[in-house]
Design a binder for this molecule. Structure first.
Ligand code: GLC
Ligand code: CA
Length: 516
């Protein structure tokens, strides 16, 4: 287990929208390099970069055409090596996005695979044996290739599924076992892709749809067995490199498949969902919404259960948001966002902050680009400078921007938030520093919930001496617990004998009076 993960705070960068260095309207690697000092300054010490490989961008780059080549719109391979290098000089790690489940339908492998004449790529994708053989329970495309057969999709129409075989074989005439030599080449190629970038200085991978490889693999044992091979390779040859899965089942991903971290994602109904976006029939029931007065109990239960199962083996990764989710600031007010960050940066595991969330960037509705659909509203350009054209993202003409910037007068910007000590940005910066400086708050330290009541009050301890208390509601609430020295607070509190009265929308990090 790479030691650096204990202190890691990741920053997710969507390259399209972060910083445009050459004025063509789209973000690029040189732009990211120019903002590394900012990344470090806020306290992030690792970056996850969304796919930056050659692609027709029908799913924002999750449709890879060439795994070994940087998309020209972002720069060159050399620019990416320089990014690794410049980041490392600042003590910042960089992980890339690995998309192993599917390629673009314009990938050379797929072009070969569609040919009638058999070749080394014929089994690289999943095909039925004849175009009329089209079992309805599989996402198959018929009549779109010369080859006599239907191919299977993994996500969108542009993303044919790579062939890792099947666990349970229901149609032996076209399904290969995941242990068959003919499909082994697919995972071997992914290992090769990983080695290629690791050798160039990359620090690991966030693995897209990591659980999607072997088909008819209900309990995911076959898929997990493939990933264990990747972990063995890393342990042997790249012991400092990390694998982070988009699996959303920490016990499986960590204990069985060997990932170092697994995401806890909103649409999987765990902690962040109820914390940040649970708008049901117009009522916001999220824990951090001040009017919800919801208990954290139910949301914490699943989390604690998975935490216990994975303790000592890997880390759960909570997020502030990501390129697929509605932004935090859409459902929470400014205080709610600050309280959410207080939790994100004081729970165990390895936290991920999505670019722009650290200034409370808004979700922009009713736009769609490159297969983003409703997700596009969370992918708009970073707001650097309220006084600069296009909020400092790019010098291009407005109509040439990849996506337009948030032009509302009240749109949050980095320059203004840096100057305001109470801004979300400064809260995130302070919390990052507190996490980095206090061993008790780091990834592997214990968590125990010491108070969680129906009225929304929550208090947990980390390690032996730090505790964090929350009252996210708009009412005053009592916490039956004595506080020690206060390390950080949002809102306010009053001590009343052996109780604490927490004012509305308050979070306090404190040292416990006695070690527990
Ligand atoms: C993951 C990505 C998402 C992408 C999909 C298909 O869920 O996060 O953005 O569209 O996989 O690759
Ligand atoms: Ca550019």
């Amino acid at each position: 287990m790479p030691n650096w993960l204990k202190k890691a705070i990741f920053y997710e960068i969507y390259p399209q929208s972060f910083c445009d260095s050459n004025g063509d309207g789209i973000g690029d690697l040189q732009g990211i390099i120019s903002k590394l000092d900012y990344v470090k300054e806020i306290g992030f010490n690792a970056i996850w970069l969304n796919p930056c490989y050659l692609s027709p961008f029908k799913d924002a780059g999750y449709d890879v055409q060439d795994y070994y080549k940087v998309a020209p719109r972002y720069g060159t391979n050399e620019d990416l090596y320089r990014l690794f290098d410049e980041a490392h000089k600042r003590g910042v790690r960089v992980i890339l996005d690995l998309v192993p489940g599917h390629t673009s339908d314009e990938c050379e492998w797929f072009k070969q695979s569609r040919l009638t004449v058999r070749n080394q790529y014929s089994d690289r994708y999943i095909w039925t044996d004849c175009v009329w053989n089209r079992p309805p329970n599989y996402p198959l495309v018929a009549g779109n290739a010369d080859r006599d057969g239907c191919y299977m999709l993994n996500f969108f129409l542009c993303q044919p599924a790579l062939n890792y075989g099947f666990n349970k074989i229901t149609h032996p005439e076209w399904q290969l076992s995941y242990e068959d030599d003919r499909v082994r080449a697919t995972f071997d190629e992914m290992l090769k892709v990983m080695r290629f970038w690791l050798d160039k200085g990359c620090d690991g991978f966030r693995v897209d749809m990591a659980d999607s490889l072997v088909k008819n693999d209900e309990d995911k044992t076959a898929t997990a067995s493939l990933w264990r091979k990747a972990r063995i390779m890393l342990d042997k040859d790249y012991p400092e490199a990390v694998l982070v899965s988009e699996w959303c089942n920490a016990p499986k991903a960590i204990n069985e498949a060997g990932f170092h971290c697994d995401f806890v994602l909103t649409h999987h109904g765990k902690l962040t969902r109820n914390a940040t976006r649970n708008v049901v029939n117009g009522v916001n029931e999220s824990y951090f919404c001040k009017t919800s007065h919801a208990s954290a109990d139910e949301t914490l239960k699943t989390y604690l259960n998975e935490l216990k199962q994975t303790e000592g083996r890997g880390y759960m990764s909570l997020i502030s948001g990501n390129h697929d989710e509605i932004r935090l600031a859409e459902t929470l007010d400014e205080n709610g966002v600050k309280l959410y960050f207080t939790m994100l940066l004081t729970l165990p595991g390895v936290p991920f902050v999505y670019y722009g969330d650290e200034i409370g960037m808004r979700y922009l509705p009713q736009i769609s680009k490159e297969g983003g659909f409703q997700r596009t509203g969370s992918r708009t350009p970073m707001q650097w400078d309220s006084g600069a054209p296009n909020t400092g993202f790019s010098s291009a003409r407005r109509e040439d921007l990849y996506l337009d910037v948030d032009r509302r007068a009240e749109a949050p910007c980095v320059n203004e938030q840096i100057a305001d000590s109470s801004s979300i940005l400064n809260v995130v910066k302070t919390l990052s520093k507190i996490r980095t400086d206090n061993a008790a708050l780091q990834a592997d330290q214990s968590l125990s919930v010491i108070h969680c009541s129906d009225d929304g009050v929550l208090c947990y301890t980390r390690g032996k001496e730090v505790a964090v208390a929350f009252n996210p509601t708009d009412g005053e609430k009592t916490l039956p617990c004595e506080m020690g020295e206060v390390i950080f607070k949002i809102g306010d509190y009053l001590t009343q004998g052996s109780n604490v009265l927490l004012k509305p929308q308050t979070a306090v990090i404190f040292k416990l009076k006695q070690e527990i």
